[in-house]
Design a protein around this ligand. Structure first.
Ligand code: GRF
Length: 211
């Protein structure tokens, strides 16, 4: 079983999708070993508690800079012998040292169809607002593996979602989560833990996605 940590910052709805998938046997060869939050008192921590998963707070607010926060996150992951990390609604930027320490072992869910609306200006709901501002008819969600750039990487799975005429950023964000992210994130994690994802340059090769 691959010891996996889920990094969160808020409500934890993506975490919940992973917890549910685990409960229903859909996360193969994966141990959800820890939930680490960048903030105290967030609902994601309650979700971990209800599911019986150990949770930890590495409070970004108490660190003087991003480098020391990043170091604390790496230390916590090492202390817990974590092999794979999921950034699931994690709202803090980490230094490159983190991605080097866990090279090809960090997966992310992002609310757009990469490569559009990616980068530091398009975190979370900003990517949904950008979809509305540019008038695209479809957006969606992407999961990817971080290699060098934390904001993009070899794509694991994508799912499109329509943009509807009366959408607000929040309504569109919710549709992307419900119809895409909560489906492709657990599938992506399972594929990674099953060893079915191979990174080849800037792409992934996925074995046996269909059974
Ligand atoms: C949403 O912006 C979603 O699109 C992004 O993370 C946010 C949800 O956070 N990937 P959470 O999982 O409910 O904490």
């Amino acid at each position: 079983m691959v010891k996996t940590a889920v990094l969160v910052s808020g409500g934890g709805s993506n975490l919940q999708a992973l917890l549910d998938a685990k409960l229903f046997g859909e996360l193969k060869n994966c141990e959800l070993a820890a939930v680490i939050s960048s903030a105290p008192d967030v609902y994601a921590l309650k979700r971990a508690e209800y599911a019986g998963i150990p949770s930890y707070v590495v409070d970004a607010a108490i660190f003087p800079n991003r480098a020391s926060f990043t170091e604390a996150i790496i230390q916590k992951l090492h202390d817990l012998d974590i092999e794979l990390v999921v950034l699931a609604g994690f709202k803090r930027f980490l230094e490159i040292q983190f991605f080097r320490a866990y090279k090809n072992k960090v997966i992310v869910t992002h609310p757009s169809l990469l490569p559009v609306f990616s980068g530091k200006d398009y975190v979370g709901i900003s990517a949904c607002k950008a979809a509305l501002d540019t008038g695209v008819r479809y957006t969606g969600a992407t999961t990817y593996v971080v290699t060098d750039d934390p904001c993009s990487g070899p794509i694991i799975l994508q799912k499109p979602v329509p943009v509807l005429p009366d959408d607000t950023p929040a309504v569109l964000q919710r549709r992307i989560m419900e119809d895409a992210e909560w489906e492709i994130l657990p599938k992506s994690l399972s594929l990674m833990c099953e060893g079915k994802v191979t990174i080849s340059g800037n792409k992934t090769i996925i074995r046996e996605t269909q059974k």
